[in-house]
Design a protein around this ligand. Structure first.
Ligand code: ADP
Length: 617
């Protein structure tokens, strides 16, 4: 057991025990002293009364002697008078010639010459032992002081009573057994309370050590020892748990300090409470007491992993820094990884957060760069797919070409005819003829442009008839468009079933879906609330997939010629996406329809025949 606890619990225990023991012993002493004082008072009172009785007898005998009664009568009266008082041993009638016994003496009387005195007087002749005489006039009453206190008058608890004669000698009236090595000895000196016999009297009583309250003392020592032991134990246990806690804290501190990862402890308000050396190195200039927001300014380097500062710093659950998060350190841009973990208290309240940071090594930096390149490739693939999706069937292209080229060709013919007409005139108007020829050139160039543009689109793969999972196709397209969905902050609602198997061409199905999703994204670009909903449901023999957006919806003009080629409301649009998609859908035995949703926005529904297991059905 550690010394410090005992160093003060032991003296405390001793002090408390001693104080209590002193209280118990002194209480006992006071009680015994009080009992002794009472006994002494009672005995003093008894002795004083006895003296008064003797004096009363003396006065009565003196009065009887003056009456000259016959000897027999006198004796009888005196005997009656003294009978109750065992200490009166004889009564004498004295005259100048000497004294005569009136009442028979109970023992031989000491020799005492008569000397008449007017008032009462006491005579204690030398060598008379316990006996002394009281005389008044002719009367003389002998008292045996030794009989003043018969044993029955002594208290139960014996005490020593000493009566002092006028010559200083002492008579023992009551005797207590002697006590060796007394624990306490009480004594009190008094004088008997009569005018005639005011003898000094001493009462004494001694107590042996056995009267101490040993039982209570032992019990008290045991109780206090038990309490002291309990207190010491509690203190030791507390000290031990405090030490364990401190060790734990030191260990945790050591781990934090030794960690090569940056560790920053924040309070609930985002202020730095503690930061290890690695954290100070990564976040150059980080100070305790500083708001973390100003020290750790994270930036995103990958477009598909934007850094949402508010969401990150306020997170109520552990969050990781997105891939490609960077920190600006002076002129240097450092890639970091790590996360933020909330620290919660007993009741679940937020105590603070722990930010862990690690500089991303060169290998990881290269991997991130490759990831970025990969993402770029995905985007290029998406662009290509978009482009490919603009593929037309030959018929579609012919129709498109005819439609597109018809207008410039008609214009060229008109301009040519006008030029001929002008040049055939007697005085040809060369200026106007030149303008007409210029018009022809312009229209011819436009035709060439149209042809060139369309040529790049023409590439057609033969359609397949295989088992296609419409749900998987929808998931693929959402993944493909993820970057744009995130960039535009589109809320996607796609509670899709596990699978929906249709018969079709997997590439064409994805082309149609990509067209629909891209149109939806373009339609939502200018609206504040962007919501894209995808649903797949089964009809009798087909599966239907609906793409609904929260854009402005289809205009009247767009609705009227929705699936006509070259119908576009966009500056850069070709107006081929929907017509091509419908042609592809119909080619796979399904259809594509479009309408405005009641809640606003456009809704397109692609239906495709359910997979029956027979590709030719
Ligand atoms: P493009 O996208 O090149 O214009 P499309 O055939 O895909 O060609 O679309 C034709 C036209 O239909 C668009 O120009 C647009 O006016 C309208 N349209 C298509 N999808 C939507 C949509 N989701 N919301 C509103 N209008 C749409």
């Amino acid at each position: 057991m550690p010394r410090p606890v005992w160093m003060w619990t032991l003296p405390l225990w001793l002090a408390v025990t001693a104080l209590g023991a002193w209280g118990l012993v002194s209480g006992q002493r006071a009680a015994l002293r009080a009992a002794f004082d009472l006994d002494a008072r009672v005995l003093h009172r008894v002795l004083s009364q006895r003296m008064e009785q003797q004096e009363t007898v003396l006065h009565a005998v003196s009065a009887l002697l003056t009456q000259d009664l016959p000897a027999g009568t006198l004796r009888g009266s005196v005997q009656t008078l003294i009978r109750p008082y065992r200490q009166i041993v004889a009564v004498e009638s004295c005259a100048a010639a000497g004294c005569q016994l009136v009442a028979p003496g109970r023992a031989a009387l000491p020799l005492l010459p008569f000397s008449p005195s007017p008032g009462p007087s006491v005579h204690w002749p030398a060598g008379s032992g316990a006996r002394y005489a009281l005389s008044l006039g002719r009367a003389r009453v002998w008292v045996n002081a030794g009989a003043l206190l018969p044993a029955r008058d002594l208290p139960e608890e014996p005490l020593t009573v000493q009566l002092f004669r006028p010559d200083g000698g002492a008579l023992v009236l009551g005797q207590a057994a002697p006590v060796r090595h007394a624990a306490w000895a009480f004594s009190v000196d008094k004088r008997l309370g009569t005018a005639l016999e005011p003898f000094p009297v001493r009462f004494e009583r001694a107590y042996a050590w056995t009267v101490w309250p040993w039982g209570e003392l032992l019990a008290w020592v045991a109780v206090t020892a038990l309490l002291a032991w309990g207190l010491a134990r509690a203190l030791i246990v507390r000290a031990r748990s405090e030490r364990t806690l401190l060790d734990e804290r030191r260990r945790a501190q050591g781990i934090v300090q030794a960690s090569t990862d940056g560790i920053v402890v924040l309070d609930a308000g985002g202020v730095v409470v503690q930061a290890n050396p690695a954290a100070r190195r990564i976040l150059d200039g980080l100070q305790v007491g500083q708001a973390i927001g100003s020290a750790a300014q994270f930036q995103a380097t990958l477009s598909q992993a934007p850094f949402d500062a508010a969401g990150f710093w306020q997170a109520r659950a552990a969050v990781a820094l997105p891939d490609g998060t960077a920190l600006q350190r002076g002129a240097q841009r450092v890639l970091v990884e790590g996360g933020l973990t909330p620290l919660t208290g007993e009741g679940g309240h937020l105590l603070g957060r722990v930010l862990t940071l690690r500089e991303v090594g060169p290998l990881q930096q290269r991997m991130l760069a490759q990831l970025d390149a990969g993402e770029r490739r995905v985007r290029e693939h998406e662009a290509t797919l978009t482009h490919v999706s603009r593929l037309s069937t030959l018929g579609e292209m012919s129709a498109g070409l005819a439609h597109e080229l018809n207008q410039p060709l008609t214009a060229i013919v008109s301009y040519g005819q006008a030029s001929l007409r002008l040049l055939n005139q007697a005085e040809p108007d060369l200026t106007r003829a030149r303008q007409a020829v210029q018009g022809m050139v312009t229209q011819a160039q436009r035709s060439a442009e149209i042809i060139a543009r369309l040529r790049t689109l023409v590439r057609r793969a033969p359609a397949q008839r295989v088992k296609v999972d419409l749900v998987q196709a929808a998931r693929n397209i959402l993944t493909l468009c993820q970057a744009d969905l995130t960039r535009l902050d589109v809320q996607v609602d796609a509670p899709l079933p596990t699978a929906a198997f249709v018969t079709g061409d997997p590439v064409q199905v994805e082309q149609i879906l990509l067209n629909l999703v891209r149109n939806a994204l373009e339609a939502m670009a200018g609206v504040p609330r962007r919501h894209l909903s995808l649903r797949v449901r089964s009809a009798e023999t087909s599966w239907a997939l609906t793409v609904q957006d929260s854009g402005a919806g289809l205009t009247g003009a767009a609705l009227a010629n929705l699936f006509q080629p070259f119908q576009t409301s966009k500056r850069e649009g070709l107006g081929l996406g929907l017509s091509l998609s419908q042609t592809l859908a119909q080619g796979m035995g399904g259809d594509l329809s479009g309408e405005n949703a009641v809640a606003g926005g456009a809704r397109f529904t692609l239906t495709l025949p359910q997979w029956t297991g027979d590709p030719d059905s």
